[in-house]
Design a binder for this molecule. Structure first.
Ligand code: PMP
Length: 405
């Protein structure tokens, strides 16, 4: 395996040592190949809302597998999951499924360029939207972790079409849009999670909506992490800001490979076969992912989120209090059931704040947590997650270990 892993964020390059090889997962816990158990706060990077090997999801996958795993044709299951999604994201009047979040974002950008006839796009520092060429510019997640927010192998001419601004800065945004009225789209994580959890200011998202509409750029909300994580309608529902295109992934596949993008009927008509923007996939909307996703989405309602989010809030409050009592320079940010401990005195607002964190402290705590059976993302610039399987007993243990560490 190149670098020992199939995705760089799984490596331990930023924290030292060798990555742990996991053999099994159940509920809130992972077990490695040596039989050591960990309480998992990474949860497949947010894809698992009910925890590992959730019995309902497993049953749905088994039942579908017995009927066939991939047909390469249209199936009713795709429509079923699309309807589940529409109940929560009514702006996704038409949906297309892909096999990953990256593919969904890549396709959404092509759609925006095809529909507007424009080339340039805007993203924000520390925003990660998958590994498509145009998006690995000042990106968060693994790129931030390894200190190279731009990737080699991307032609300068292509990267030049991606403008980048700081997150949460309406003033710079306004100044930029007054001069740049030729953008195809603006891409944003409406709650940033790939530089750690950094919620967007309400004014920032409204300003984005205002300026994009005014200049004819399409507003794309990348809700690959936030969709079905924060609440039933995602960050757009909470902020009351309406994007032109929404991108989903992770939770809608119940832990199987998936991505989706969607928007109004008139916009999505630009996609092949109706329109001239080409987009395709052998395994897109594959029956196993659709069945797993439906099993998860059909069990979600506002009560589920109220409970999980309240549970997470109680936990992060205790964690913040603990850090304060111990006089540690650390602040805990949270949105719904995701959170980050930043080793800095105040919660960050943007990527440059995030980068002014004590990475040495992060590394030390990561290693101590791991030794004591708590698995967190091996990077200071990522979100941690809770699931409905994380009960009081597990969270008490996390707090105890944290205190000790
Ligand atoms: N967008 C966001 C906001 C993400 O967090 C991610 C992955 N973490 C992606 C896109 C890419 O998704 P995938 O890894 O499924 O390609």
């Amino acid at each position: 395996m190149a670098g020992g892993v199939n995705s760089p964020v799984r490596a331990f390059k930023a924290v030292g040592g060798e990555p742990v090889f996991m053999a099994r997962g159940r509920g809130a816990a992972l077990t490695d190949v040596a039989g050591k158990r960990y309480i998992d706060l990474c949860l497949s990077w947010g894809a698992l809302l009910f925890g590992h090997a959730d019995p309902g999801t497993v049953r749905a996958i088994q039942a579908q597998a017995a009927k066939g795993t991939s047909f390469g044709t249209a199936t009713p299951m795709e429509t079923t999951l699309a309807r589940d999604i529409q109940k929560a994201f009514p702006l996704m009047e038409r949906i297309r499924f892909t096999s990953s979040g990256t593919e969904a974002v890549m396709s959404a950008i092509r759609l925006a360029r095809g529909a507007t006839g424009r080339k340039r796009i805007l993203k924000f520092e520390g925003g990660y939207h998958g590994h498509a060429d145009s998006l690995l510019v000042k990106a968060g997640s693994g790129l931030a972790t390894f200190g190279s927010p731009d990737s080699a192998g991307i032609p300068r001419e292509l990267a030049a079409l991606t403008a980048v601004l700081p997150y949460n800065d309406e003033q710079k945004l306004g100044r930029f849009f007054k001069k740049n009225k030729d953008l195809a789209c603006v891409l944003v994580e409406p709650v940033a999670a790939n530089m750690g959890v950094v919620p967007a200011k309400k004014n920032f998202l409204s300003a984005l909506r205002f300026w994009s509409k005014r200049t004819g750029a399409l507003l794309i909300f990348d809700e690959v992490i936030t969709g079905f994580r924060l609440c039933h309608g995602g960050a757009q529902h909470l902020a009351g800001v309406h994007p032109d295109i929404t991108i989903l992934g992770k939770i809608i596949g119940g832990g199987l490979p998936v991505g989706a993008f969607g928007g109004s009927v008139s916009l999505m008509r630009h996609l092949s076969p109706e329109g001239s923007v080409y987009q395709a996939g052998t395994l897109s909307g594959n029956p196993l992912s659709m069945a797993a996703g439906h099993s998860v989405l059909s069990r979600l309602d506002p009560t589920f989120y109220e409970k999980l989010n309240r549970h997470t809030e109680r936990f992060t409050d205790k964690l913040q209090t603990l850090l304060r009592l111990k006089k540690k320079k650390a602040s805990v940010t949270r949105a719904g059931s995701m959170f980050t401990v930043f080793y800095r005195e105040t919660p960050p607002n943007n990527f440059s704040d995030v980068q002014r964190s004590d990475l040495g402290a992060f590394r030390k705590v990561f290693r101590a947590l791991l030794k004591n059976g708590i698995y967190t993302p091996p990077s200071a610039f990522e979100a941690s997650f809770l699931s409905s399987s994380h009960k009081d007993a597990e969270l008490r243990k996390v707090l105890e270990v944290f205190e000790k560490c």
